[in-house]
Design a binder for this molecule. Sequence first.
Ligand code: NAP
Length: 291
Amino acid sequence: MKIINGKEISQKIRFELKEKIELLTKKTGKQPGLATILVGEDPASKVYVGSKIKACEQVGIKSYHNHISETASIEDIISLIEKLNKDKNIHGILLQLPLPNKLDADRCIRAIDYNKDVDGLHPYNAGMLTLVKSWDEIVKQKLLVSCTPMGVIYLLKYSNIDIAGKNVVIIGRSNLVGKPVSMLMLSNNATVTMAHSRTQNLNEITKKADIVVAAIGKAKFINKDFINDGATVIDVGINRVEGKLYGDVDFDSVKDMNISITPVPGGVGPMTITMLLHNTILAFEKYNSII
Ligand code: NAP
């Protein structure tokens, strides 16, 4: 078994991003800026936002934190977003999800200027991802793509794992993970199968895959009966069971197989924030017309 070390790859990319920001700042006299918005007091969301702010500092992105009260209305959040949309020092806006009190997150995301949508969730960016024909076009257009899916692709690319022509099975079809991963795989010329909770004989399908991406949200769901020898397994799942983190893949069950696999923690997770930094730089470059 070969471990795909997300922590190491993530650090390598962050180092490259830091160097890039130094050059960009020299060239433009400006610093990329990311606004974070946290609504309410959810402890996990606070930790995530804190990690994002810290990661920004490490690479030279200036962060502008906005903490709104739990009792805020949707209009309060949208009015803040509109203010940030106009702010010339802010190139990316991150609204930490989920929102409390069943506030309509989709409405808030639509209010973000799509050029500042560093989470890649705005319908413009999600739609563009389905329209582009190739990975080269994604890179050339500096398209803002959802961070975790982009992290999956970068993990494969930095591990020199070919995607073109491969049979890729993605388990999960969420707008956040499964769907954008499928579009990115297609743009990299994979043959893509999408599976979900209504898929029949799932293990027969995944057994034929060269690359399996598990984005289900069920601890240890995928075991050795689902994986072919020689496959690459990307485990997106983050499941907390009795205070411990588990992926969607039963690591112990597959550990003696001849496969490459991302661990949980330390696989896809660290890449998500790294791709947020990457997207903020893309947004900064586009804002300053740097091609
Ligand atoms: P989600 O919106 O709940 O989607 C889960 C998907 O899994 C759905 O499409 C669902 O199918 C499918 N599914 C559920 N049970 C299944 C089964 N028995 N067989 C096959 N498919 C099944 O979750 P998500 O937001 O995509 O996240 C998925 C996992 O990734 C979660 O553990 C989440 O915590 C993790 N995650 C990690 C990161 C990271 O940074 N590493 C980022 C985001 C998410 P239906 O559509 O038919 O219901």
